[in-house]
Write a protein that binds this ligand. Structure first.
Ligand code: HCS
Length: 569
């Protein structure tokens, strides 16, 4: 049986450490661990065999550092495929039909802006590894010990776009409960699981005790099996040797807790031995697995997750990064000067936005090239999740591809062309999407029109496997100055769409007051009404104090501001 199927109901046992086992067996300091696949294949084979004898359902290859950048230190950059072929063949010979996971560790250099490595460079490094692994006969790509969710994303996409391997991804967390680049466990899951992973989780880190909390947090949001592979404690130096001091028995007790808290695939990382895996198996074999049934809508940046809908506060999406009607911003974007964009991003974050909409639609610019650059620059200064707002489908894809976190795509509508172009990108990158409730007939006339269009969007999205909770329907606020009943139709649509289709809703607020003096009064009153009709998110100018004050008051009145905390602030 496929181990991922098995992991839905039964605990799957992974093997334990490779690197520290090699040290144990005499690998010298400074020696290339992956070269041992060539120089001492029997040693690697014996390690695999001992883990299988201890009860592992799956073993991983000795290829953690087998990428061209890490192998450069040993003058072996050109030998990636050869080393991987050797490693996989040793593991397969030992595995006796059990699945073999290709270990894919971090590249060993930091990605921008923490280092110099670009997304595409990282992608190419992982692509070479993944292709070699598949050709050699690996069953699964195990992307492990990741500290940067963007490096993990580059690896996942490299595997997914170039092979048919199943994919597991594990992040590693520090004492403070975050990865080195600052992602917390929930944000890591939100950011990665939508990329069609088969399992996601945590490895290495600080020891099995501290991992329990990480797994508990992950299990509240993960919709795929969670894997946990802790170290045998924190390493320390004794008599010049690195030592891990969690005994097999103690390790197994913690592993049981890992399973009780949501992990369904467990194994070991640095410092663990076949003894640890044997004990672990004894302790976890009969535990009933937890199933996460929480349904929620969430978006993320590198360090933050924002939940949308339900009893969460209204999600405030700042609309200011948009050149429409802004001469200075248009000119700046056209000249490639992004200072104004950065200023807008920071001002909107300060004013209380939860998400930033990014629209750089200036005629004549190469949006496909500029959008990813601007998005990266914004992520360097702001930790808010982003919403990519463009008519250029290539620009959308280029941007969501390199974003750290789970963005929103703004937008898809009910027209065939839009559904056909946008939804596959939403699915592939696991983003949220704003579904504009309009279709072939142009602007909707009434609430029922909006409902029909929303239905079309949801149907098309579900058909290709996009979860309903990733769709946020924009109920389309139209100008009351041209059609006075328009506002009430939008409000009715919010209620109708929420009650009939059970999806989250949003509006682009400022349209409603277009053409009227003192638009802020109309906007604010309309927003208060929309909140009472069940609105979940709003796209607005957060720099308008009146609108923001009314929004916060509305959240108090609709019980969306727990203990009135935001209002009092
Ligand atoms: N699978 C690797 C992980 C190192 S963090 C090893 O050596 O066990």
């Amino acid at each position: 049986m496929d181990i991922f199927q098995k992991a839905l109901n039964n605990v799957v046992i992974f093997d334990g450490a490779m690197g520290t086992q090699l040290q144990e067996k005499g690998m010298k300091t400074g020696e290339c661990p992956e070269y041992l696949n060539i120089s001492q294949p029997e040693m690697i084979y014996d390690i695999h065999l001992s883990y299988l004898e201890a009860g592992a359902d799956i073993i991983e290859t000795n290829t953690f550092g087998a990428n061209r950048i890490k192998l450069k230190a040993y003058n072996m950059s050109e030998d990636v495929s050869f080393i991987i072929a050797k490693a996989v063949s040793i593991a397969k010979r030992a595995s006796n039909g059990k699945p073999v996971a290709l270990s894919i560790g971090p590249i060993g250099e930091l990605m921008k802006p923490y280092g110099k490595l670009t997304f595409e460079e990282a992608y190419d490094v992982f692509k070479e590894v993944a292709i070699a692994g598949e050709i050699s006969g690996a069953d699964i790509a195990l992307i492990e010990t990741m500290s940067d969710i963007l490096e993990a994303k580059a690896a996942i996409l490299a595997v997914k776009e170039n092979t048919n391997l199943k994919i597991i991804c594990t992040m590693t967390f520090q004492e403070d409960g975050r990865t080195l680049m600052g992602s917390d466990p929930v944000t890591a899951i939100i950011s990665l699981q939508g990329l069609s992973l088969d399992a996601v989780g945590v490895n290495c880190s600080t020891g099995p005790d501290k991992m329990i909390d990480v797994v508990r947090k992950m299990s509240k949001v993960a919709h795929i099996p969670i894997i946990a592979q802790p170290n045998a404690g924190m390493p320390y130096i004794k008599d010049g040797k690195t030592v891990y001091n969690v005994s097999p028995e103690e390790f197994a007790k913690y592993s049981k807790k890992l399973v009780e808290n949501g992990a369904s695939i467990v194994g070991g990382c640095c410092g663990t031995t076949p003894e640890h895996i044997k004990k672990l198996k004894e302790y976890v074999k009969d535990i009933k697995l937890l199933r996460n049934t929480n349904i929620y809508t969430a978006v993320s940046s590198n360090t933050k997750t924002v939940f949308i809908g339900g009893s969460n506060p209204i999600c405030i999406i700042g609309e200011r990064i948009n050149p429409t009607g802004k001469k200075k911003l248009s000119a700046a974007i056209k000249e490639g000067d992004i200072n104004l964009v950065i200023e807008e991003a920071m001002a909107q974050q300060k004013a209380g936005s939860n998400v930033l909409d990014v629209n750089i639609g200036v005629p004549g610019i190469n949006e496909e090239k500029m959008m990813p650059l601007i998005v990266s620059e914004i992520q360097n200064v702001s930790d808010l999740p982003l919403q990519i707002d463009s008519n250029d489908i290539k620009a959308i894809e280029k941007a969501v591809r390199i974003i750290r976190g789970k963005p929103i795509i703004n937008s898809v509508n009910a027209q065939e062309k839009s559904l056909r172009e946008v939804l596959p990108i939403v699915k592939k990158y696991g983003t949220c999407v704003i579904g504009l409730a309009m279709g072939n007939e142009g602007l909707p006339k009434n609430a029922e029109d909006r409902l029909e269009n929303a239905k079309k969007i949801i149907k098309a999205a579900l058909k290709i496997g996009i979860p309903k909770e990733d769709i946020i329907i924009d109920c389309i606020a139209l100008t009351v100055s041209s059609e006075q009943t328009a506002a009430m139709e939008t409000l009715k649509a919010i209620k109708l769409i929420k009650s009939e289709l059970h999806v989250n809703t949003t509006i682009g607020l400022s349209n409603v007051s277009y053409g009227l003096p003192e638009g802020k009064f109309i906007n604010s009153a309309f927003l208060a009404m929309a909140v009472s009709y069940g609105l979940d998110a709003v796209i607005l100018n957060p720099n308008n104090d009146l609108t923001m004050d009314i929004l916060h008051a509305s959240m108090v009145l609709t019980a969306k501001d727990k203990r009135c905390e935001n209002y009092i602030k």
